[in-house]
Design a protein around this ligand. Sequence first.
Ligand code: GDP
Length: 462
Amino acid sequence: MVQFLGGVKVSTITAIATPHAVGGISVIRISGENSIEIANKMFKASSGKSVTEMQGYSCSYGKVFDDETELDDAVLTVFRAPKSYTGEDVVEISCHGGIFITNKILRTVISVGAIPAEAGEFTKRAFLNGKLTLTQAEAVMDLISSQGEQSHKCAVSIHEGALFKRIKSISDKLVTLLGELGAWVDYPEEDIPAVEANNLLVTLSSVLSALKATAATYDSGKIIRNGIDTVIVGRPNVGKSTLMNLLTGYERSIVTEIAGTTRDLIEESVRLGDVVLKLCDTAGIRQTDDLVEGAGVKLAYKKLENADLILAIFDNSLELKHEDFQLIEKLIGKKTIAIINKSDKESLIDKDFISENFNSIVEISAKSGDGIEKLKDKLEEIFYTNDIDVSAGVIVNERQKRCLDMAITSIKEAISALEIGETLDAVTVLIDETANFLLELTGEKTTEAVVDEVFSHFCVGK
Ligand code: GDP
């Protein structure tokens, strides 16, 4: 029997589902209509029972063979369609966790009939078979990459369908409305109550508020998921690279005594307490004739515009210079922590001036690590994320945000059209457009290109 999914003929796929590293066990996953037959060609159970006789959710201990050559002991688990992750027949082979042996078994699975899975293909099949919504599938990826407690909680709640339910409760309202509008326009002779423009306006406004409230979760969602987009700035030699190294815990930036050596933007994710910082160390901010460094400085200023947080570093051991004042001016109105570095040295800096210009100030010695705890406390104080109710569903990625923004634009247009007395037909088109953007967000109505894009970010084996 040929298997089809989304109108496309599908094969039985396989991949290593565990990390490509030495470990206690490795798992090779096979999914598709031939997976049980394929496993049967290479596995001999100690009990003598054939894989084809195994029930779903059952395991069997035995040996894996490549032709006549014994490769390893393994435990084989069978999941029968539709009760599996992908909704297809799935077999998982748990073997010893060596890289060589795992690859060897994978090659054997391929030699007896499976094809290598693409990135995210298992989860994509789960989505196409209706086992997951698109937002739930996206949450699978977030679960794998979650770095902190909040980001994990957030991924779990989306995986449990929180975002889907939140959006669906909004789109359902629109769909009901479209039904009423359609019935009234299409069957004027029937005794269907007219849709009152005023009532319609009330409903559309409440939908707009709900959409705006959902969109507002994006910033906290992004911070929970990706960490705080943080830029480290300061003129050369104040200790930006040293701080970056202290935070990342290893020599990542080039630290030298010569001013202006950090020319590129260096990015790194670090965790400080329950806060994850996505750090960007910039070229030293100063006036320069050096073209390469000049480009770096421009990039640094651009980064400042979009950052969630700026760590502005000043040198405790020197008086404030022209570039420091310039920087301080640029930082007015931005979420900034002023860091007075080199606290181990005699202080010549005008601390009062810093206090007058920044709400948050931390004194540290990036070299010795003194004061890092104070920085951590300050960050937790500013970005305390525990009070965000992730269980209500939050928007976590650009794709979801884009759909939501387009839905907001359409519903606003529908409201304006209604207010200026456009026909209900015209309003209906805009409501329909809004509903479509929401259905695209949840993946209920989506294009192949969108689905491919979502799953291309997955790893192979998931
Ligand atoms: P950047 O140009 O801002 O990246 O500055 P660097 O991190 O390269 O540091 C410049 C110099 O200051 C280096 O010699 C560092 O060892 C030194 N430095 C950085 N932080 C401290 C500190 O807290 N105390 C002292 N005494 N020296 C520091």
